[in-house]
Design a protein around this ligand. Structure first.
Ligand SMILES: NC(=O)c1ccc[n+]([C@@H]2O[C@H](COP(=O)([O-])OP(=O)(O)OC[C@H]3O[C@@H](n4cnc5c(N)ncnc54)[C@H](OP(=O)(O)O)[C@@H]3O)[C@@H](O)[C@H]2O)c1
Length: 444
């Protein structure tokens, strides 16, 4: 490098060091002031962390950088002059320890959680992609946070049916629907404990709408049939169906029907429920105000694949792979069903959505549970997570835009397979056969 370039880069480093040092001095002064006066202790803690985790290491690194840079330039020069061993030595000394420390941290992080460790190369690659999509989802949530807004408005007399809802994102969806003065019917596994959990979060005097709870285990097709029969007895019209219940990266388990549990809960149970309730959903739709079905999918559907040879994990099983597959299945289902409804000229529209990366118990089998403050600091909270789902269910802006996939209350790109009608139809027919459904949405 020419001398002038080196001088320029050094003076830039010196100004950066000066800037960081002055920020550090200011933050130390503020920190001292705050801790002395015992004001806002959390603020003091944040500054302390900022100092030790970020500013202090940065200053140290930048202060010694000219020394490292000199060595690096020297080694680079030698390497380009035919001394590749010098370069390798440099990499081994400087980069090697960082890589080893990173890998050790990842292993430690995985071992402390209940998450299954990847057992082979394919699973390792899947895990890496899964983490990549998670981080990307987090970044997208931050960038698009200003769009993540839903306008609530009164809609008395409208009926919404939802699976789950006793905790997590579902609980906040219920809160919003009740604020809209709707009648909300929840399908939950344990009616009594759910009633208590909901009453704690949404006091009756605060909610305008009416809330009813029915027993439902979405993973059991028998339970889905009983739940649907109960709902059909009580309601002639269903304006909104939200397929929300879900589990993620659970250890391998088969349901009573012999289906892999994530596939059964996230996709098959909801497919059957939609089929059984479709006549009531159609009855509620109007030409200028369609009734809606919302499938709560996930951004990781983007890396999913439908493996018909191993649909229930009988040949091999990795939690993340099965989750991605079930979430992709929801997307393909959304696309195909929308086409079917348009062909039959029915006043119903279907949406799929990604609620965001949200701090809920869904991550119970995930490595992120090891660092709870990480989730608190970076993930959306359940209220923010509920917005896109409610937006998909009620926003007038989506009228006539069925078949879309939403994230942060905006249309979002989806898996290429969703653009292939043959692929969507193949999965739809396969699922109908699996669940012994004749004509979808018509009484058997
Ligand atoms: N959190 C995220 O970052 C995220 C990201 C993308 C997509 N999602 C999707 O958002 C949806 C809600 O997730 P969440 O984050 O709110 O998770 P959560 O806090 O773990 O809540 C899951 C809900 O599903 C219910 N559920 C699970 N298995 C069920 C079954 N067999 N029958 C009936 N209900 C069942 C749970 O009820 P119990 O109390 O009875 O278990 C609970 O109400 C899921 O479909 C999930 O895949 C979440």
């Amino acid at each position: 490098l020419p001398d002038r370039a080196i001088k320029k880069s050094r003076s830039a480093q010196i100004s950066t060091v000066r800037l960081l040092l002055s920020i550090r001095r200011c933050s130390v002064a503020v920190e001292l002031f705050l801790s002395l006066h015992r004001l806002l202790p959390w603020c003091s803690r944040v500054l302390w962390r900022l100092n030790f985790c970020f500013l202090f290491p940065c200053v140290c690194l930048l202060k010694t950088w000219p020394l490292h840079q000199g060595k690096l330039l020297n080694l680079c020069e030698k390497a380009t002059r035919g001394h590749p061993t010098e370069m390798l030595l440099f990499l081994a000394v400087y980069v090697g320890p960082i890589v080893v420390a990173g890998i050790s941290l990842c292993i430690l992080y995985f071992m402390k959680s209940s998450k299954e460790l990847p057992k082979n190369w394919d699973e390792l690659v899947t895990e890496a992609w899964f983490q990549y999509h998670g981080v990307r989802g987090l970044a997208e949530d931050r960038i698009n946070s200003r769009y993540n807004v839903v306008e609530l408005f009164k809609q008395p007399g409208r009926v919404a049916v939802m699976t789950g809802g006793n905790r997590g994102i579902g609980l906040k969806i219920v809160e919003k629907l009740l604020e809209c003065d709707m009648t909300v019917v929840l399908g939950v596994r344990n009616v009594e404990s759910s009633r208590r959990a909901i009453a704690k979060e949404i006091p009756e005097e605060k909610s305008a709408g009416k809330l009813f709870l029915e027993q439902l285990d979405v993973g059991s097709m028998d339970s889905v049939r009983k739940f649907a029969a109960e709902i059909k007895k009580k309601y002639r019209k269903i304006h909104i169906l939200i397929n929300n219940a879900g589990i993620m990266a659970a250890p391998f388990a088969l349901t009573e029907d012999g289906f892999e549990s994530q596939m059964a809960i996230n996709y098959l149970g909801h497919f059957l429920l939609t089929h059984l309730l479709l006549p009531e959903i159609v009855a509620a739709g109007e030409a200028d105000r369609h009734s809606r079905i919302v499938n709560v999918s996930s951004c990781v559907h983007l890396m999913g694949d439908i493996d018909y040879e191993n649909f229930h994990g009988s040949k091999s099983y990795y939690g993340a792979t099965a989750y991605n597959q079930s979430k992709l299945a929801q997307i393909l289902f959304t696309k195909h069903l929308q086409g079917l409804l348009v062909d039959r000229k029915l006043p119903v529209q279907v949406h799929a959505c990604h609620p965001g990366v949200v701090d809920t118990d869904l991550f119970i089998h995930s490595s992120s549970t090891v660092i709870p403050w990480f989730k608190k600091a970076l993930f959306k909270n359940p209220e923010q997570g509920s917005r896109t789902v409610v937006y998909a269910a009620i926003s007038p802006k989506l009228e006539g835009k069925g078949g879309s996939y939403l994230s942060n209350c905006r249309l979002h790109r989806t898996h290429p397979m969703a653009k292939d009608p043959a692929a969507c139809e193949k999965l739809f027919d396969y699922t109908k056969e699996l669940l012994k459904i004749g004509d979808f949405g018509l009484p058997q």
